[in-house]
Design a binder for this molecule. Structure first.
Ligand code: ARG
Length: 460
């Protein structure tokens, strides 16, 4: 027998290199609060069913509180000899309480314990992320008022397409982030199931009350199948997928604002506190924060790959490979949380270069589609109207002018029934005004969207 908690059957001591190789305490100490909460609930349940006396349970809970305090204040000794956070806490409990401490691991294995801790951690992580996403949405919604009268080119294929209101852009990002919130909330339902009491793989012969531990820990229900419960990491994959897509959304936005803040676009001035300089070129003000938001997305997507590849070859149920599930989940969470943290003030601090935008807004014939729709509304078949406006745009290109600058006889040459009312749909301001279908960019429609978002964000 060796000193390890599992040492009974062993005659040789663990090689030091193996201790260093197999440890997870270097990263899973992050689960200490969840581990202690799980142990407290387990102890209360054991007392309830008579596997501990009420006094034993109280001693255990008091000692766990002390341990929690010591870890929180940095006084708790960690060592890779004790493998992981579960063993550290249990060993310390036994050091304090002797045989009473030795009773806590009744009807439990580290396999259900780690699954429980990890679910509690992911649940907390989701609950912490949602307000951060909401803060980014609120930053966009607040910008909508300041930027309400600004018209920007809407792009497709990165070519100027149709004019849109700036707040229409801001709310597009809000919609994407809203689906991220929904995905996280949906994932939370499958996270919030309690594996505790599944023990190693087969459950236990002892008379435990799994409903009670599930309830105590705020889970919706105990897991139904002990083999599944100890092997399932779907919840971690779903969580990191939701984070990956969220990171991709932030990356779209970062890329867009990097472009918009170039001299070539000149749409946007980034807040200086969120830019950095060059060590050689004195004039540079670089968008490093946005670049890193875009760049860190790669890490998060990488974390998702790690998890999927980790899981794909595993037979049921627990395998030690599963210890490798935590670093990518922690990393994905930390990365996305830090991106959200800097995104919010950056969004609030950026300024649109109104004059520079307006100066070039009439370039690119952004009103061509509205003109075509005007012809359609006068009974001309869409395909015919499309061809007519194509001819008019070609004419404007040849004359190097806007559609609105073409004389009426040019319009009449294409469609004799046109009169001066045609100028009422030309120019970007008229074109934006004309886009009044549900979800489109006219000021009335965008106002309705802003109101919807204000109400939505006030409800939280
Ligand atoms: N540290 C392990 C993990 O993170 C839990 C321990 C389970 N170990 C075992 N030999 N059953 O997954």
């Amino acid at each position: 027998m060796t000193e390890k908690p599992w040492g009974g059957v062993f005659r040789e001591a663990t090689d030091r290199r193996v201790e260093r190789f197999t440890e997870s305490i270097s990263f899973d100490r992050r689960l200490y609060q969840q581990d202690i909460a799980g142990s407290m609930a387990h102890a209360r349940m054991l007392a309830q069913v008579g596997l501990l006396t009420p006094d034993e349970a109280n001693q255990i809970i008091t000692a766990l509180q002390e341990i929690r305090e010591e870890i929180a204040t940095g006084r708790f000794p960690f060592s890779d000899e004790w493998e992981d956070i579960h063993m550290h806490i249990e060993k310390s409990l036994i050091d304090r309480l002797g045989d009473v401490g030795r009773k806590l691991h009744t009807a439990r294995s580290r396999n259900d314990q780690v699954a429980t801790d990890f679910r509690l951690w992911v649940r907390d992580a989701i609950d912490a992320l949602i307000p951060r996403i909401r803060a980014v949405q609120a930053a966009f919604v607040d910008r909508c008022e300041t930027d309400f009268d600004v018209i920007l080119p809407g792009y497709t294929h990165l070519r100027r397409a149709q004019p849109v209101l700036a707040p229409h852009y801001w709310l597009a990002y809000c919609e994407k982030l809203e689906r991220d919130v929904e995905r996280l909330m949906d994932c939370r339902k499958r996270v919030n199931v309690c594996p505790l009491g599944s023990a190693a793989v087969a459950g236990t012969s002892l008379p435990i009350d799994r409903e009670m531990t599930a309830r105590e820990l705020g889970f919706d229900a105990p897991s139904r199948n002990s083999i599944d419960a100890t092997s399932d990491r779907d919840f971690a994959v779903e969580f990191v997928f939701a984070l990956s897509l969220l990171a991709v959304h932030l990356s779209h936005w970062a890329e867009e604002w990097i472009l918009w803040s170039t001299t070539e676009y000149g749409f946007l001035k980034l807040p200086e506190g969120f830019c950095t300089g060059s060590s050689i070129m004195p004039q540079k003000v670089n968008p490093d924060v946005l670049e890193l938001i875009r760049g860190k997305t790669a890490r998060v997507i990488g974390d998702l790959q790690i998890l999927l590849v980790l899981l794909k070859g595993l037979p049921l149920a627990y395998n030690r490979d599963l210890q490798e599930d935590k670093p990518p989940v922690f990393d994905a969470y930390d990365t996305v949380a830090s991106c959200l943290e800097v995104a919010e003030p950056l969004i609030r601090g950026a300024e649109l270069n109104r004059e520079a935008i307006a100066a070039r807004l009439e370039e690119g014939h952004l009103d061509a589609t509205t003109l075509m729709e005007y012809l359609v509304s006068r009974g001309i078949p869409q395909r015919t109207a499309h061809a007519m406006v194509g001819q008019l745009v070609r004419e404007a290109m040849d004359r190097n002018c806007r559609l609105a600058d073409l004389p009426l006889d040019v319009f009449r040459a294409v469609e004799p029934n046109l009169d001066s009312r045609v100028y009422g749909v030309l120019g970007v301001r008229n074109a934006v005004q004309a886009m009044h279908s549900y979800g489109s960019t006219s000021p009335d429609e965008v106002r309705r969207q802003i109101d919807w978002w204000r109400e939505k964000l006030a409800q939280r």
